[in-house]
Design a binder for this molecule. Structure first.
Ligand code: HEM
Length: 134
């Protein structure tokens, strides 16, 4: 059964709580039996029902246990067709974490502005004292 191929439109027909397919890394999973047990709540699973949930699944940083549960729900693989959304090609665990990078870049910018301000103020004070001593 795991060799069965589904197109995106096949998968999108399974988007209800009782009949819920999700795609993760081009594999198709039937999450219906797991919806009620999902520690992250049923809402998030229903949101990605019938769609590619790879990004949502990886963004959360699910454990190996979660991946084992996923293995047990497999029903087939995704058959990509022209016009389908592009696959996410990053390996598990190596996806870019834009949140952290963005925050540190912001802090760096503030630091530069602050240091620049302090230096300018110091230079101004120095020139002032030079003028006074003349
Ligand atoms: C069929 C696919 C999925 C399975 C088998 C699954 C399984 C699990 C498991 C076992 C946990 C417990 C923590 C862990 O072991 O990592 C978990 C937590 C969580 N999951 Fe999923 N998950 C799936 C899809 C999703 C999706 C698509 C989202 C969307 C954002 C999501 C969001 C979360 C969140 C936010 C938590 C953390 C809950 C908390 O710690 O309070 N999951 N999931």
């Amino acid at each position: 059964m795991a060799d069965k191929e589904f197109t995106y439109s096949d998968v999108s027909e399974h988007a209800t709580k009782k009949d819920l397919f999700v795609v993760v890394h081009d594999k198709v999973y039937n999450a219906s039996s797991f919806v009620d047990e999902h520690p992250g709540g049923e809402e998030v699973l229903l949101d990605v029902g019938g769609q590619d949930a790879t990004e949502a699944f990886e963004d959360v940083g699910h454990s190996d246990e979660a991946r084992e549960i996923l293995d047990g729900l497999i029903v087939g693989k995704l058959k990509r067709q022209d016009g389908d959304p592009k696959p996410k090609t990053y390996a598990p665990g190596t996806q870019p974490t834009t949140k952290g990078d963005g925050a540190s870049a912001g802090v760096g910018l503030y630091a530069i502005i602050l240091i620049g301000g302090v230096l300018a103020f110091g230079a101004y004070k120095y020139l002032q004292s030079q003028q006074e001593s003349q």
